[in-house]
Design a protein around this ligand. Structure first.
Ligand SMILES: [Zn+2]
Length: 356
């Protein structure tokens, strides 16, 4: 038990996350490298059948110590070089992706530009092999490095969030409009691919599925996407035609905010109605959607009663009960209960008002 404590105090990085318990270490300290290699070697071994591996710098690169600040790009290039070698050693066919997100944000905070320099240094570090590297960044922010990466001959992967990770909203968030527009923009830009970022894959599976369908066919309309998502859950076209408009209403509810006390209950009853006509196996597949509707029902009621503290307490208890009863959301119950006020606040504001 002594070793990890000693390691942390000697190797830890100078970055805010360390104060919150994240085990970030400084890449400018030589002792960090054997630890990183050992940890990532095990992780890559576990997942070596994956189609691709991503390197995410912990924001600017994991450290803001004096040595790391001197040359912000140096430790990042070394990570790309060392970990791509490790990854290709495990799986030579995997795509190695380097995420630039959100270096544009850090450039603004630090008052230093280093994203383009990083691309140039990666380009010369990998020489002709740079075509096997994909640069990952947002397709949505003006400062994104995707075009600069494409111009330098890297492959490009645009990534998107469809849920507010800060709140964190893990329930079905069928943003068909956003997904359609973003997938079409990624295709029009000629990027090599698009990917969804899903921080809690179990409970965010519902939204991830809708996003994957949008990326799979960027020409789909919102209604086609809703129908395709509904087919995956109901297993049949007729029931899907009943569920799809419910999913579109669901989308609107989360987009606009202030849904009204009854809106969530209405969604839940509509989902139950579709389920009641389905065979047992399809009903089981729909359970996560129903659980999601039950959670949103409580959140919508709480958003409508935000000035009634007694009602808030009562609904907070009900929210936890709903989560604990759900196989999909049970693991999120404690965190969800703690996040209840934030989730209610976000439900009031809506996705148009605030999203990540
Ligand atoms: Zn450092």
């Amino acid at each position: 038990m002594i070793a990890p404590i000693a390691l942390r105090s000697v190797l830890h990085s100078d970055i805010e996350y360390v104060k919150h318990g994240f085990p970030c270490i400084c890449p400018s300290k030589e002792g960090s490298w054997p630890v990183m290699r050992q940890v990532y070697s095990h992780e890559l071994e576990w997942f070596k059948a994956a189609d691709g591996f991503q390197l995410w710098f912990y924001d600017p690169g994991g450290c803001m110590c004096e040595r790391c600040r001197r040359d912000l790009c140096g430790p990042l290039v070394r990570q790309a070089e060392e970990f791509s070698r490790l990854a290709w050693g495990k799986n030579p066919c995997a795509e190695f992706q380097v995420s630039m997100w959100p270096i544009w944000e850090w450039e603004a905070r630090l008052g230093r530009r280093y994203g383009v320099e990083l691309l140039d240094r990666l380009r010369s570090c990998f020489a002709e092999n740079h075509r096997q590297i994909a640069i990952v960044d947002s397709a949505e922010v003006p400062g994104s490095f995707l075009d600069a990466a494409k111009g330098r001959g890297f492959r490009t992967q645009a990534f998107l969030f469809s849920a507010d990770v800060e709140t964190p909203f893990v329930f079905l968030n069928p943003q068909f409009g956003y997904l359609r527009e973003t997938a079409a923009r990624i295709a029009a830009k000629g990027y090599d691919g698009g990917l969804l970022h899903s921080l809690s894959p179990g409970s965010k599976m519902l939204s991830t599925l809708a996003g994957a369908l949008a990326l799979w066919n960027p020409r789909s309309s919102e209604d086609e996407l809703a129908q395709a998502t509904a087919v995956r859950f109901t297993g049949e076209e007729t029931a899907a035609r009943q569920l799809a408009p419910v999913l579109r209403k669901w989308e609107k509810l989360l987009l606009d905010g202030n849904p009204g006390a009854e809106a969530g209950g209405h969604l839940r009853r509509e989902v139950e109605k579709v389920m009641s006509r389905l065979p047992e196996e399809s009903r089981r597949r729909m359970e996560p959607i129903l659980d999601s509707a039950r959670a949103i029902e409580v959140l919508a009621a709480a958003a409508a009663a935000k000035h009634d503290s007694a009602r808030q307490r009562e609904l907070a208890v009900r929210f936890r009960v709903v989560l604990e009863a759900s196989p999909t959301f049970r693991a999120f119950a404690a965190q969800g209960a703690a996040e209840f006020p934030h989730l209610v606040e976000w439900m009031t504001i809506g996705w148009k008002g605030r999203h990540f």
